[in-house]
Design a protein around this ligand. Structure first.
Ligand SMILES: NC(=O)C1=CN([C@@H]2O[C@H](COP(=O)(O)OP(=O)(O)OC[C@H]3O[C@@H](n4cnc5c(N)ncnc54)[C@H](OP(=O)(O)O)[C@@H]3O)[C@@H](O)[C@H]2O)C=CC1
Ligand SMILES: O=C(O)C1=N[C@H](C(=O)O)C[C@H](O)C1
Length: 253
């Protein structure tokens, strides 16, 4: 064993045969300071992760699978970096509850690991107080299971909080006799529209409007490599951050 291998952090990937999981396995494999010790997918035994001595697990599975995986990690003292979507306030509270019993364990959950996407969300939250209207349009590949995206849901919540802080009421909207769904989903008072089309990867526009002007903030991931610097940053940092960290923002400061 080389000196490099002795000090490399041991990483397991869940959802390893998925679109993101495959990319994460490649990225971990290519990082000199990380060692891919377990690649687990549907039907594989999670104990492979423990047997391989993984210190950090990366989860890109499904909203249905992720909670069981995460509880397993916390119970086994393995740090977790989670990109899988579907984290409601209730789910986050549950994770905090598990972590309370394992004070040394760190969990990072981020709806989007793209640096540009994180900035897009920050810029949108900053702009929110100045515009009476706001709508989010997220666009993804058609094999995505969830809608709206985790990124769009998170963005809507940030915008809603900023609007509430600024004392803004509901965005003006005189629509009547709607065809169901025509105005998108309502997330904390923010309309979110989900587009699915072959050729897309992951894209989002936040459209703000006020008298005589609009502001559009747009982010595009054209390739899943865009998420890898954020994922690797979280893998390297998670052990130094016991408890739950939501979003990549705290790791970029
Ligand atoms: N935070 C971020 O930056 C990003 C988040 N995502 C999110 O990551 C998740 C995965 O996306 P994507 O890679 O495109 O999806 P895929 O469907 O391509 O991959 C998910 C993989 O997880 C497997 N899987 C299902 N259940 C389990 C389980 N219990 N244990 C281990 N593996 C399991 C699936 O197997 P099978 O197909 O057999 O069910 C599949 O191989 C989604 O929630 C997506 O929204 C995606 C991109 C970026
Ligand atoms: O499923 C995807 O592809 C993506 N999922 C995440 C989300 O739901 O926000 C992140 C990114 O949009 C890609």
């Amino acid at each position: 064993m080389t000196e490099q291998q002795k000090t490399a952090a041991r990483v397991g990937v869940l959802g390893a045969r998925g679109r993101m999981g495959m990319e994460v396995c490649k990225a971990v494999d290519s990082a000199a300071d990380l060692e891919l010790v377990a690649a687990v997918d549907q039907g594989d035994d999670l104990d492979a992760v423990a047997q391989a001595g993984a210190e950090v697990v990366v989860d890109f599975t499904t909203p249905d699978a992720v909670m069981d995986n995460l509880r397993w990690c916390v119970e086994h003292g393995v740090h977790a970096v989670v990109g899988t979507t579907g984290f409601t306030g209730q789910r986050l509270a549950e994770v905090r509850g598990w972590l309370a019993g394992r004070p040394g364990v760190g969990v990072v959950i981020a709806p989007n690991f793209g640096i540009g996407a994180v900035l897009m969300m920050q810029f949108a939250a900053r702009a929110a107080r100045y515009f009476e209207s706001v709508e989010i349009v997220e666009q993804h590949h058609p094999r995505k299971l969830d809608a709206p995206s985790g990124t769009a849901t998170h963005t809507a919540r940030l915008i809603a909080a900023a609007r509430a802080d600024a004392g803004l009421g509901p965005a003006p909207d005189a629509t009547r006799d709607e065809v169901a769904g025509a105005r998108g989903a309502d997330i904390d008072g923010v309309r979110v529209h989900a587009v699915r089309a072959t050729g897309l990867v992951a894209h989002q526009e936040v459209l703000f409007g006020t008298t005589g002007e609009t502001l559009t903030i747009r982010h595009d991931s054209y390739d899943r490599v865009s998420f890898m610097p954020g994922v690797l940053l979280a893998v390297r940092e998670v052990g130094r951050r016991p408890g739950l960290t939501v979003g990549l923002d705290a790791l970029l400061d």
